[in-house]
Design a protein around this ligand. Structure first.
Ligand SMILES: Cc1ncc(COP(=O)(O)O)c(C=O)c1O
Length: 533
């Protein structure tokens, strides 16, 4: 007999047997038959474990589930949900029904109580994360369902405490800045080199980081973003050496680079280069669900207990099993087919660059220091406006990652192939021809050139009393808010920084040009939130 004490450890076959017994009991009661015996012993496998997977499951076309424990659990759970075998008395509230909010919840399975039972899901999760750690050569790994945003903030909380200084690139993503607010870290800004011809940022020089560490010997770490939003990469091994000589860890936001290190023609990933931690968005470069991210670390300079605490501090208690399973699947895919898929990606992008170089006035970012799978299309020589080209591409069903006046950036990943890239280039080139104008000098975006004057730490400014002032009175005051043209999401104004007339003008220019001004309390830029006098 299945007793209450053993119920939470029961395997699904036990439960199925128990349910069958209950049904038979009910049937017997209806038909007036005698008692029904439950047959067979109860074993202690997890409740959500399923009969051996069908290797021909069309929902797993590359047969990844045998190397992906979370994918395996997700496939099992959703197969039962689709077959109408589940009557969950647990969240999520849609109860696997699609007759209320509809198909939008299809495939949604919680990690806890879906992919595996609430009491057992940590086991396949730890297994999946250990497989990822091994693949990246790390000794600590966590899967996040809240993007590299969460991963960056977890690393900020892990690396140092309130009031400590940290060397940080100023072309950081806003999530790092909010990580500094959460942790109370004080930034020592380092700026990247700028490419004079294109106005785009290159990497931060190792000598710049070394100088910052010399001037701030109490800094608790170095936090860089590499590759940059435009795919420029630097000497991470040199940065790791500089950080380690100063006795501090190197943390790297590699949100765009989950494929790095999986083909000899690609740059090494940060852990391979000697960094202590990296954050990457599995949903950006890899075929994972939106929000899926991976945080990886070596624990010599970053204790695992602190990393775990920091990770959990801002992660949801209800992770989406579908997101976690897709990270697991992407990892299994990369482990098995990564070289071949990266090879195709490299070939596609190299071919695209070659073709675009034939179009008069078009240039692409290329050469040493640019990661070879990034396609940054430079339009200044054509006179065409990036927004007009973006509009044509959107109309053709090809939304872009990023467009401003002088640049369009499509994201090409291992999910693309020659045909898809060729179709994209056809529309892009036709649009360039239709939108040609007088060639111009590219504008350098404020996001890349901002030289902040920090008056208060991000945390002090975040919590300080603030007031709203008209734009005409904002210059000379201290910003209480973070304002970033998006993309790239790099703050032009950050909490605690002096507002300058140049910063206001550059934001207005982006807005006038049709760009999105993100996170501003007043996106019209008529007023600004400043620290109260
Ligand atoms: C450099 C960088 N870091 C972090 C992030 C945040 O990533 P996610 O959207 O996965 O939270 C982004 C997003 O675009 C980014 O560009």
């Amino acid at each position: 007999m299945l007793t209450a004490a053993r119920w939470d450890q029961a395997g699904v076959e036990d439960v199925a047997r128990f349910v069958a017994w209950l049904r038979a009991l009910r049937q017997a009661a209806v038909s007036g038959a005698g008692a029904v015996q439950q047959t067979g012993p109860v074993d202690s496998a997890a409740m959500a474990r399923q009969p051996s997977p069908d290797p021909r499951d069309p929902r797993d076309p590359r047969g990844l589930r045998s190397d992906a424990p979370l994918l395996d659990g997700w496939l099992s759970f959703t197969a039962r949900a689709e077959a109408g075998e589940l009557t969950p008395m647990s969240v999520p509230g849609h109860k696997q029904r699609q007759d209320l909010t509809g198909a939008v919840v299809a495939g949604d399975a919680p990690l806890y109580g879906g992919v595996d039972s609430i009491k057992h899901a940590d086991v396949p999760l730890a297994d999946a994360e250990a497989r990822a750690a091994a693949l990246w050569g790390a000794d600590w790994c966590r899967f996040s369902v809240a993007g590299s945003t969460h991963g960056n903030q977890a690393l900020a909380l892990a690396v140092g405490g309130d009031g400590r200084e940290i060397v940080v690139t100023r072309i950081l993503h806003r999530s790092v800045l909010l990580g500094l607010v959460l942790a109370g870290l004080r930034p020592v800004w380092v700026r990247p080199e700028l490419d004079e011809q294109t106005g785009l940022p290159a990497a931060v020089a190792v000598s710049t980081v070394r100088a910052a560490l010399r001037e701030h010997p109490d800094a608790c770490g170095v936090f860089l973003g590499d590759p940059s939003y435009v795919g420029t990469t630097g000497d991470l091994a040199g940065h790791a050496a500089a950080a380690h000589e100063a006795g501090v860890p190197l943390l790297v936001d590699q949100a765009w680079a989950a494929h790095f290190g999986f083909h000899p023609a690609l740059p090494a990933h940060a852990i391979q280069a000697g960094a202590d931690a990296l954050v990457t968005s599995a949903h950006k470069a890899l075929p994972a669900y939106t929000q899926g991210a991976i945080v990886l670390a070596r624990t010599e300079r970053l204790p695992a207990a602190r990393l775990n605490r920091a990770f959990e501090a801002t992660h949801t208690t209800s992770p989406a099993g579908s997101i976690a399973a897709s990270i697991d699947a992407a990892r299994a895919l990369l482990a098995r087919d990564g070289h071949e898929l990266c090879e195709r990606l490299l070939r596609c992008v190299a071919g695209a660059k070659k073709q675009l170089a034939q179009v008069p006035g078009v240039a692409v970012l290329d050469g040493p220091g640019v990661e070879p799978t990034k396609l940054v299309v430079l339009l200044a020589g054509t006179g065409a406006h990036g927004y007009a080209i973006e509009a044509d591409l959107v109309a053709a069903g090809m939304p872009l990652e990023s467009a401003d006046r002088d640049t369009v950036i499509p994201i090409v990943t291992i999910a693309d192939d020659e045909d898809r890239v060729a179709a994209f280039l056809d529309v892009l080139v036709a649009s360039v021809e239709q939108n040609r104008g007088a060639p111009r000098t590219p504008k350098v975006a404020a996001s890349w050139t901002v030289v902040p004057q920090t008056v208060l730490s991000p945390r002090e400014a975040f919590f300080a009393d603030n007031e709203i002032v008209p734009a005409s009175a904002a210059a000379g005051r201290i910003s209480a808010e973070l304002i970033a043209p998006y993309p790239p999401g790099v703050p032009v104004l950050a909490p605690g920084e002096l507002i300058t007339a140049e910063a206001i003008d550059s934001l207005r220019e982006v807005k006038a040009d049709g760009g999105r001004i993100a996170y501003a309390a007043d996106p019209s830029l008529e007023t600004f939130q400043v620290i109260a006098d």
